[in-house]
Design a binder for this molecule. Structure first.
Ligand code: MN
Ligand code: MN
Length: 341
């Protein structure tokens, strides 16, 4: 393990009825103080049961397949949504929700939580809740007989295997407009990306376009061969990275003469603490695709090239000890994604 790298997809998973999950909180990945993440897979019909998280909001990106979610709000309103590859969801802290694979094939998604201390200890499941409360109280609450309450699960179910929902219950399964934004759904990959010729693309979702997502923002960047997300930092958020495809080198600068450089492969996660300088460089033979999660609804970044371009040349000459000729070669605008040689 590198200080800012954790091989999430190599972790021994927790498995259950139709579900597989691998998580990394500060316990497994000590650097990730502000964000935790989970890679989860659900077979068709398999459900991550009704639950809530006491200490974190949940932001998710669907890597492949399709799923259906349910969520209830404190005002009693409830939502059912369908998600496909490239879609994002956001569930505020404490709101009860469930996730079910709807096939065909497995649904794989990445969950990001805005608290590195996130853990199953702070996850409250409906079955655990009902099993721990006195049977008489549950019977009174649900209008059931004692005999019926006795048939409820005796402990947390976590994953439950059911049938694939039929179309009638699958409210929005066939979305005529895949780009449609819903209260809890933002189709990130349907977005027209920011493009840098020779460099790659960026797609990003913040609270500005996805109003429910008040505490988190996310992005997918694609780096062409040899290209680099330039040196930059985020003044307002920690960055959590999941490498979807390809290989990369990441450098994290921590001030006081300290930096950590490491190599990443698909399935690895990375972390850049708030304010730390960092870059991501494609070192593979194909496109490098990275999912980025931020624990702030607003996205802020300061790129090295912007800083250089916005600084008088004489300041740069003095500061960097450069000749006038060399200083003129420095960027005069934002680079963002630097092309490979
Ligand atoms: Mn959850
Ligand atoms: Mn960054």
């Amino acid at each position: 393990m590198g200080e800012f790298r954790y091989r999430l997809e190599k972790k021994t998973p927790r498995t259950g009825n139709g579900g597989v999950t691998r998580g990394a909180s500060v316990k497994e990945f000590p650097a990730s103080v502000g964000v935790a993440g989970v890679s989860m897979r659900l077979a068709p019909g398999a459900m991550r049961e009704l639950h809530w998280h006491a200490n974190a909001a949940e932001w998710a990106y669907v890597v492949s397949g399709a799923c259906r979610t349910t969520i209830v709000h404190p005002d009693g309103s409830a939502y059912v949504d369908t998600f496909n590859a490239g879609d994002v969801w956001y569930f505020p802290r404490g709101y009860g929700h469930s996730i079910q694979g709807i096939g065909p094939g497995e649904c794989h998604f990445i969950l990001i939580f805005d608290n590195g201390d996130f853990s199953e200890d702070h996850t409250f499941s409906v079955t655990d809740f009902l099993a721990r409360m006195p049977a008489e109280a549950v019977a009174q609450n649900l209008g059931l007989s004692a005999a019926e309450v006795a048939t409820l699960p005796k402990k947390e179910v976590y994953f439950a295997q059911g049938p694939v929902p039929d179309d009638a219950s699958n409210i929005s399964a066939s979305r005529a407009h895949p780009e449609l934004v819903a209260k809890h759904r933002y189709p990130l990959m349907a977005q027209e990306p920011r493009r840098v010729p020779g460099g790659g693309t960026q797609r990003i979702v913040t609270v500005d376009d996805f109003p429910i997502s008040k505490t988190m923002a996310g992005s997918v960047i694609e780096l062409e061969v040899g290209a680099m997300r330039e040196l930059h930092w985020h003044p307002n958020a920690d960055e959590w990275q999941y490498f979807l495809e390809g290989s990369a080198e990441v450098g994290v600068f921590l001030a006081e003469g300290k930096a950590v450089i490491d190599q990443y492969e698909a399935g690895d996660i990375g972390y850049a603490p708030m304010g730390s300088g960092h870059y991501i460089r494609n070192t593979g033979k194909g496109v490098c695709r990275v999912l980025l999660g931020f624990n702030n609804g607003h996205y802020q970044a300061i790129d090295m090239s912007e800083w250089i371009a916005g600084t008088p040349r004489d300041v740069l000459k003095t500061n960097l000890g450069l000749t006038g000729e060399t200083v003129e070669k420095l960027p005069k605008g934002t680079v963002f994604l630097a092309k490979g040689k």
